[in-house]
Design a protein around this ligand. Structure first.
Ligand code: SF4
Length: 322
């Protein structure tokens, strides 16, 4: 393993048992993230990207596969080991309102992880650390006694960021951290997270359904469809050429922000394959305009279609005339 790899995931699977069979939420995912970088994980709602993030940091128990953090196998951890690990691996949630206790003030919410982990020796030290964290995330000190319902979405998400930073983590899973926010506030939170990454050397796994956001924040991009990995490349390469039919469709479905723009937003049509016991076929076959017989009979493997660019499609060469 190279020195600068902070997180490596191998053949990770997370299945949920349902009365109708196993739901394949995360199916055989492989990736690594370098220290100080951001892996963008993108896909439609329900593709398993949030489950992937939660499984990586042990908020869900994995079904199989391996997870390495700083070169150490953390696939199986005891409760005590997990408590130690939690200091280094944190999460920022999509909806700051539902993830914050409405009965706690801003300062109490930020102090909570510090108290649980006994990080401050005195009340004065705790107050200083809370004030520092509020300053770091751009929350004015006058807001310390406010409650979440008295704040706008952007300020509530700043509390979520401060809580995630409280224990000085190395790695943060950011689960759709800006999708519940107004567009104008989204940019402020993304800029804050990028500044913090630079200052503190943080590593992010940034989960989003928004192709324009993922482009802005990511070093590498992993595209997921129904629990499986369909495309992986660095951000520049991915936006230079999308090779998988699903990624092409995902980008075509991005709203056109220019008033009067002639290009139409194309929604992805077709029946979605059930993630419960999916068969031996490409999971995108029922929606793919290029699908042929083989696509319904064989699962495509992820292969390096061009250097550094991995795609799971039987016909990637033909479709893209590579
Ligand atoms: Fe489409 Fe077939 Fe490629 Fe799947 S394997 S993406 S169905 S062409």
């Amino acid at each position: 393993m190279e020195n600068d790899v902070i997180l490596q995931v191998r053949n990770l699977k997370k299945y949920f048992k349902t009365p109708r069979g196993n739901l394949h939420a995360v199916d055989d995912i492989n990736f690594s993230i370098n220290r100080g970088e951001t892996l963008g994980v993108v896909g439609e709602s329900g593709c398993g990207k949030s489950t992937l993030g939660r499984t990586v940091i042990h908020l869900h128990e994995r079904t199989s596969g391996e997870i390495y953090f700083n070169g150490k196998d953390i696939s199986d951890v005891t409760k005590q080991q997990l408590k130690v690990l939690r200091e280094d691996m944190q999460m920022i949630f999509q909806d700051p309102f539902s993830s914050l206790n409405p009965r706690m003030s801003v300062s109490q919410l930020i102090a909570e992880p510090l108290l649980i982990y006994k990080k401050c020796g005195s009340k004065g030290e705790l107050a200083t650390r809370v004030a520092q964290l509020m300053d770091t995330v751009g929350l004015a000190s006058r807001l310390a006694s406010f409650y979440p319902h008295e704040l706008d979405g952007g300020r509530r998400q700043r509390i979520g960021v401060a809580r995630a930073l409280a224990l000085n983590p190395q790695f943060i899973v950011c689960d759709e951290p800006v999708s519940a926010l107004d567009v104008s506030i989204q940019a402020q939170i993304i800029n804050l997270m990028q500044d913090l990454q630079e200052e503190m050397g943080l590593t992010y796994m940034f989960i989003t359904h928004d192709m324009s956001v993922v482009r802005h924040v990511s070093n590498n991009i992993l595209v997921m469809y129904l629990g499986s990995m369909v495309e992986f490349a660095d951000s520049e390469e991915m936006f230079h050429q999308r090779l998988h039919p699903y990624t092409k469709a995902l980008l075509a479905a991005v709203p056109i922000p220019v008033i009067g723009a002639k290009k139409e937003r194309k929604l992805i049509k077709g029946e979605i394959t059930s993630p419960i016991n999916p068969g031996n076929e490409c999971r995108f076959a029922k929606r793919c305009p290029y699908a042929k017989e083989r696509c319904h009979q064989e699962i495509p493997q992820l292969v390096e279609a061009v250097p550094g660019h991995f795609v799971a499609c039987h016909y990637v060469q033909e479709i893209n005339q590579l």
